[in-house]
Unconditional design. Sequence first.
Length: 149
Amino acid sequence: MLKWLGTTMVIGAMVCLGTSANAQSCRLLRVVEGKGATSVAKKVSAASTPLSPSNWNTDFAVSSGQRYRYYAATIRAKNKGNYNIQMNLKYANRTSDKVYDSKVSLKDNEAVNVSGSPRLNAEPYQINVVVGGIPVTGNAYTVAVSACP
């Protein structure tokens, strides 16, 4: 897990490139209800039903009072498969922007990076990453999100 976290930090810095100053100022966001963690490992649960929600959603908290140019998520699949991946920016006025939505074919231990930018005059308070799909039920993955100025 620590090896993955180190790799994620390097990948997150690379995703946030532009200038070396920008790469150094990207920061990993904390998982909501993650007890300070900046990444989470999950196994894809069965699809949601009225009695049993799925675990496909993971929220990351954005520090208030700071502006970021974009947010970058790194998802690393432990198992190969076709994953449905979404990234949503959630705003305080109860709206959200879906900035990424695609089915991604990943190999064992392969990572994908996705990113999205906030609205011009608003900053999100959370970044929501959705990873799931019926064909990948039971597959494991890890996810982390960086905020980049």
